[in-house]
Ligand binder design. Structure first.
Ligand code: FAD
Ligand code: EPU
Length: 347
């Protein structure tokens, strides 16, 4: 699949309204669009060491202020099969490829692995940043190599899976924001693998669809149906998916909490000594689900999703998020942290 975009272009005073799914109004002094990643060093030459923010679809950012200088958007949308073996293929996708299109394309090629990650908004280039995950799978499991321009060393780098240090909503790239400008991602996708059906809701959805022996493509269809039911569509109601991460706490603290709140859902943590808690459940228990203050609110469909009902500013959404997290801290003694990147503000 090949698309042609200009090598690069620079626009002054660009609106970022189309580049964030909260639909917040903000603008960038300079917007750099790169269609041919090999032209990136040349495109960056005129920018020097100016502060730079990379944006994909803006589905995991909260623009609390205008970015300081340059916003970089990748428009390279090629997907290529680099190797096709009997049991797997190596696929390389440009940073600008829309994630969901990558998932559906891979399934159409008979490749599996990404099916549980269907319908996650955003781009391939952003997928490694927080190691996107859903329905029991994380993208990092299938990422073989991340190609990036290292702004610190002024050189190209190829980072393998171990170097990316993937964790729950975490990676090397979060530790050093804007150092690595990701231009492409290589995936190792199996032709056949053990399907992941255990996340709550998948089996029920397959049953409702009358599918007894699901294929990877069936799982994608089931996940799409669940997501469409549970999550507000950003095209209709501005949001950035889960606004808070599910907190991971030491086992002893979780056991104490469960004595008071036996229904609080918990999941495996980062090892045997910790558990992950449902932030949505705690937010709902604090009475926030469906509430709004001005145009900032919590979705009536999912307590973890903050929404912009119309003209909330980034700082209004942030102030609202702080009130939600303060009440969870007060009731449960558990700090919850934002998942989206905050631009122009600190948590
Ligand atoms: P942006 O929001 O534009 O950027 C996110 C971060 O990545 C920023 O720090 C940005 O600087 C950086 N970045 C982006 N591209 C690059 C690049 N090429 N190089 C270097 N840095 C880059 N996430 C999940 O994990 N699981 C879900 O199930 C999920 N569901 C969602 C549902 C909805 C309705 C919405 C709106 C969001 C959801 N998200 C989910 C969050 C979001 O889709 C992902 O985080 C996605 O990867 C963001 O992609 P993006 O292109 O929009 O990135
Ligand atoms: N729940 C509530 N109230 C709600 C919603 C959920 O109490 O309004 C409780 C229920 O007990 C439910 C549980 O929370 O069973 C889990 O809900 P869900 O399956 O929706 O998962 P989540 O923990 O809320 C996480 C990710 C999502 C991802 C889903 C599915 C985080 C921060 N969020 O949400 O990712 O799609 O699991 O795997 O880990 C995102 O990152 O933006 C995102 C949407």
């Amino acid at each position: 699949m090949t698309t042609v975009a200009p090598a690069w272009s620079l626009l002054e005073n660009a609106s970022l309204h189309p580049f964030n799914t909260f639909h917040v109004h903000a603008s960038a002094p300079r917007l750099l669009r790169v269609g041919d990643a090999s032209a990136l060093p040349q495109a960056l030459a005129g920018i020097g060491d100016a502060p730079l923010l990379v944006l994909g679809s803006g589905s995991n950012v909260l623009l609390a202020a205008d970015p300081a200088d340059v916003v970089l958007v990748f428009d390279n949308r090629d997907i290529d099969i680099l190797e096709h073996r009997t049991d797997h293929a190596i696929v390389r996708a440009g940073a600008g490829v829309i994630w969901h299109e990558m998932v559906m394309w891979s399934l159409a090629q008979g490749l599996s692995g990404l099916e549980n990650l269907a319908l996650i908004p955003g781009t391939v280039g952003a997928a490694p940043i927080q190691n996107i995950g859903a329905y029991g799978v994380q993208a990092g499991e299938f990422i073989q190599t991340v190609e990036a321009w290292d702004r610190q060393c002024h050189d190209w780098v190829r980072l393998d899976q171990a170097a990316c240090r993937f964790g729950y909503r975490d990676s090397l790239f979060k530790a050093e924001p804007d150092r690595y400008l990701i231009t492409a991602v290589e995936f190792r996708l199996p032709l056949l693998h053990e399907l992941r059906l255990d996340y709550a809701g998948i089996r029920e959805q397959l049953q409702a669809m009358a599918i007894a022996l699901p294929t990877a493509a069936d799982i994608a269809r089931a996940v799409i149906a669940i997501r469409q039911r549970k999550l507000p569509d950003p095209a209709v109601l501005g949001n950035a998916g889960s606004f808070f991460k599910n907190p991971i706490l030491p086992l002893e603290q979780v056991q104490l909490l469960l004595q008071h709140y036996p229904e609080l859902p918990t999941y495996p943590g980062s090892g045997a000594g910790s558990r992950k808690l449902s932030a949505a459940w705690m937010i709902e228990a604090c009475g926030w689900k469906g509430q709004r203050e001005g145009d900032a609110g919590v979705s009536p469909d999912h307590a973890l999703v903050l929404v912009n009902h119309g003209s909330a500013t980034g700082s209004e959404l942030l102030a609202f998020a702080r009130r939600v997290s303060a009440s969870v801290l007060e009731k449960f003694g558990v700090p919850i942290e934002p998942e989206p990147r905050l631009v122009g503000a600190h948590w």
